[in-house]
Write a protein that binds this ligand. Structure first.
Ligand SMILES: [Zn+2]
Length: 133
């Protein structure tokens, strides 16, 4: 069972980052948000000081024990775990619970895609584990 909740989400970024993200959301700075088809990342375009919006990507990684871990990259100077990534997760003024649900949904899609790949590999070589080539 995948697990990711509001507390995890709020723990991801320092509270000052969340505060800046809140004000970005209030200014409708998040101009675009996309969930990648494989469910492993959420990308967002966020207006900042520069003319072109920052492109930020939140990566979803399945951790141990069904936990989900997140990491983020961005084209801004902070580069990772910045307010643009936080704003992307809160885009459209998603309440934290719904943002967490979105992350969990993405991870579920990714896990299902991974399980499907697993089944294909196993059916090609029954009883054997695929060795990395
Ligand atoms: Zn950024």
């Amino acid at each position: 069972m995948l697990a990711f909740n509001r507390t995890d989400l709020e723990r991801l970024f320092p509270s000052t980052t969340w505060q800046r993200a809140e004000s970005l959301c209030e200014q409708s700075a998040v101009v675009e948000i996309n969930v990648e088809r494989d469910g492993r990342s959420i990308t967002g375009r966020v207006r900042g000081e520069r003319r072109t919006p920052y492109l930020t990507r939140v990566n979803i990684v399945n951790g141990r024990g069904g936990r989900i871990r997140l990491s983020s990259t961005c084209t801004c100077l902070v580069y990772s775990e910045c307010e643009h990534a936080a704003a992307t997760l809160r885009a459209g003024e998603l309440p934290p619970d719904r943002a967490a649900a979105l992350v969990e949904e993405c991870a579920r899609i990714a896990a299902e895609a991974g399980a499907e790949l697993d089944r294909q590999v196993r059916s090609e070589a029954p009883g054997q584990l695929a060795l990395p080539s």
